[in-house]
Design a binder for this molecule. Structure first.
Ligand SMILES: [Zn+2]
Length: 375
């Protein structure tokens, strides 16, 4: 039976160069739909049961983050529920996956996908809680709904904003939000309960619906990197940021988390707003306290490895987290999770995963609660 490779499904993305021999499959990582960025892949292989596959990604060296392929292992799944890592190597130009599937159909991806269907299911189940309002902020360029969950007591003065997947291929960010929302709505979770007495939560589980379904790593349907649009978003180019930013200015913001994945570093870390010229000692102390509390709440979080000091440039305020500190003066962090694994506590089977991201999402409520009480 011949090998068949397909990608016409939610978030599917690959260019097939040749697939006539299982030992010499040649692929290119596909560009984002409207931008010159290659990194995300997700495809299905049929007809290779008990057949050794060698899949070479010829353009890996030209991808957006070639460092992302060093010490990286791709994920695979037979049922799109359980994902596992498969042997992967990178020679500086070509990335190669060697794997022998044990079933007729197998999926391979850059990271455990978070489907549009699961996104809708997250919204559906959350709205059944009496604590939740499901809000439609508007429509994306492709006509998808940009939805937000408003959770908790509208009378609470403090407003916490959490957004995820500005970069749509960073699916771990929505796994994180799923875990956080679950903890917030769990009547047995004391951090969830206490957080909701302190603040109202504004949660945008997927900031980039079009990019997610199109299988983009970093951009929306207009080719915009949403995390460079915060100074001057427009409805034509970046409606997702325009609509969320407008709502933030309407209701206010006392704590902001922008959730991402990092292609290179095998660690969980945050980037703060310390590069802002107006950053005060008080803001620095609040940021440090959050980091210290988060380390206690989750052993997966650390602050030894990260981006380090970055200078303030014209680009800084185009990014969500520094923009929010600048506009609202509040604690505001970009949270990064690995595509690879947590090198401090690796899992050879799954690497960093949806499940670990969700656990991290639950644990964030502990430092959030401490930060709200300290305000
Ligand atoms: Zn990102």
């Amino acid at each position: 039976m011949p090998i068949k490779i397909s990608h016409q499904f939610d978030a599917g993305a690959i260019d097939v160069l040749r697939a006539d021999a299982p030992s010499a499959i040649e692929l290119n990582i596909r560009k984002d739909s409207h931008a010159d960025i290659t990194q995300w892949f997700f495809f299905r292989v049929q007809g290779a049961r008990e057949t050794a596959l060698t899949m070479r990604f010829l353009n890996a060296g030209q991808s957006a983050y070639p460092d992302g392929w060093k010490d990286y292992e791709a994920v695979a799944s037979y049922d799109r529920e359980t994902w596992f890592r498969v042997p992967t190597s990178f020679d500086g130009q070509v990335m190669t996956i060697d794997h022998t599937p044990t079933h007729d159909s197998v999926y391979y991806a850059y990271f455990e996908p978070y489907s549009w269907e699961r996104h809708l299911a997250l919204l559906d189940s959350a709205q059944l809680s009496p604590l939740v309002q499901l809000v439609d902020l508007g429509s994306t360029i492709d006509g998808r709904d940009l939805n937000m969950l408003v959770i908790g007591n509208p009378a609470a003065e403090k407003k916490v904003w959490v957004i995820a997947r500005q970069h749509p291929g960073e699916t771990m960010a929505e796994w994180f939000v799923e875990g956080m929302v679950e903890a917030l709505l769990d009547p047995a979770n004391p951090f969830g309960r206490q957080c909701l007495t302190e603040a109202e939560f504004y949660v945008v589980p997927n900031m980039n619906p079009d990019g997610s379904v199109r299988g983009n790593l970093r951009t929306n349907a207009a080719g915009a990197n949403l995390n460079r649009e915060w100074m001057n978003p427009t409805m034509a180019r970046s409606p997702e940021v325009f609509l969320v930013r407008e709502k933030m200015h309407e209701v206010g913001c006392d704590l902001f988390l922008d959730v991402h994945g990092d292609e290179g570093l095998p660690y969980v870390f945050v980037a703060g707003s310390e590069s802002l010229p107006e950053f005060t000692a008080e803001q620095a102390a609040a940021q440090q306290k959050f980091i210290a509390d988060f380390k206690i709440a989750s052993p997966d979080f650390q602050d030894e490895h990260g981006y380090g000091a970055t200078p303030f440039t014209a680009e800084t305020l185009t990014m969500g987290s520094p923009y929010v500190t600048h506009a609202f003066g509040c604690l505001s962090l970009t949270l990064e999770m690995p595509f690879k694994d947590n090198a401090n506590d690796p899992d050879p089977e799954a690497g960093w995963s949806g499940a670990r991201s969700a656990e991290l999402g639950k644990s964030i409520l502990q430092p959030v609660l401490q930060a709200l009480r300290a305000q």
